[in-house]
Design a binder for this molecule. Structure first.
Ligand SMILES: [Zn+2]
Length: 196
């Protein structure tokens, strides 16, 4: 019997870029081919439903919330394809877990934010992109000017990297509009606060 062939795919981008939709599309194709599919996400992401990976267009697929990435090694046992959603919220151990799964013959598809709200690489995502065979960067549309957007601009003042209820707190922006917004935040904090 031939050894199964494993590999790693990364689907990354800003908020509202359709990462989860792309993850679900790939997983559904595998399911149609009768492959065994399992989907994991960090247990902290309970914005919509604890058991579903739910994309913003409500096209959903069942998933398992896990507190740490290592649990995938046990739970993914007999899977042909493993999906990971919101991967940016796992710690760096996710990289080794994905490599181990791929090495033992599993196709691993990882979706997550490539940058945080400051425009910095997010958690394990940059290293995952380095070890992946395939990297797909998807884009949103800038709410300010309509250009292609790759930044998640935070409208609220919170400094926490994890902010739930995300759709109200963020907007997709292109590079110039993201930089404009960041400048406004740093140069006019008092006048902006005074308006409210
Ligand atoms: Zn723009």
């Amino acid at each position: 019997m031939n050894a199964r062939r494993g590999w790693i795919e990364v689907v990354c981008g800003s908020m509202f870029s359709g990462k989860t939709e792309e993850l679900i599309r790939r997983l559904n194709r595998a399911k149609i081919a009768r492959q065994r599919v399992e989907i994991f996400k960090p247990a902290l992401d309970t914005r919509y439903h604890a058991l579903d990976v739910v994309s913003h267009n409500a096209n959903s697929i069942r998933s398992t919330p896990i507190p740490i990435a290592q649990e995938m090694l046990l739970l993914a046992g007999a899977c042909d394809v493993v999906g990971v959603d919101e991967a940016q919220f796992f710690d760096e151990s996710l990289i080794d877990v994905c490599v181990q799964l791929a090495n033992r013959g599993t196709r691993v598809i990882v979706a997550g934010l490539d940058m945080d709200f400051l425009g910095k690489p997010f958690g394990p995502m940059p290293a995952l992109m380095a070890v992946a065979e395939y990297v797909t960067k998807v884009h949103a549309v800038c709410v300010c000017c309509g250009e292609i957007a790759s930044y998640s601009f935070r409208i609220t003042a919170s400094e926490s990297k994890i902010l739930l209820g995300e759709t109200d707190s963020y907007e997709a922006r292109c590079r110039p509009c993201f930089l404009d917004g960041m400048r406004e935040k740093t140069t006019e904090p008092l006048s902006a606060a005074a308006k409210h």
